[in-house]
Design a protein around this ligand. Sequence first.
Ligand code: 5GP
Length: 191
Amino acid sequence: MKLLKDRIRSEGRALNEDILKVDSFINHQVDMELMNAIGKDIADHFRDKKVTKVVTIESSGIPPAAMVAMSLGVPLVILKKQGSKVLNEDMIQTVVTSFTKGNTYELSLCTRFISESDHVLFVDDFLANGEAATGTVRLLRQLHATIAGIGILIEKSFMPGRSKLEDAGFEVYSLARIKRLEKGVIEFLDD
Ligand code: 5GP
C-alpha cells in the first residue's frame, strides 16, 4: 500500500536491524485518516471471506483493526495482554513471547465472544516472529473458530512470521513488506 509505505519512508525510524519505530502515526500518535484507508484496504481484500469478527491484540492493533471491523460491519474482539486477577471461568489464556520487550505475557480471550460459527480475521500492526499471531490462532482454535485470514500493516519479511503462518495454511495479507532494516535505513521487498 503506497500510502503506508510513503509514510514509513518519511516518518519511520529504523533503530537497528530489528526494530522499526512508527510512533508518530501508528504506535503512539495515531493518524486516523491513514487507519481509515488501511481499514478499507484490508477489509476489501478479505470481503468475500464471510468474516464475522475481527480480532486484534491490545493496544497498537486496536485502531487499524477497529477500522477494518467498521468497514466489514462486524464486531471487534480485543485480546487482553494481562491475565485477569479475578477468577473468570469464561477466560482462556496462552503464553506469548513479546518481540519488542523480550519477555513473555499471557494473551486472554473471553469465550463468550468467539464461537465455532465465527470466521475470524486477525489484524495486527507488525508481524515479526509470528508469536502474537500464532498465540491468537491457538486461542481461536480452542474455540473451534475458522480463521479467515491475517491482515498486517507492517511485515518484517526478513523474519519467520509469514512462513510460519503460511506453513500452517493461513493467508497473510501485509500492506508494507520490509526486506531489510539498519540504523537509519528501511528497504521494502518490492523497491
Ligand atoms: P511477533 O509476535 O510477530 O514476533 O511480533 C509482533 C508484535 O510485536 C506486534 O504486535 C508488535 O506490537 C510488536 N513488534 C514487532 N516488531 C516490531 C517493530 O519493529 N516495531 C514495533 N513498534 N513493534 C513491533
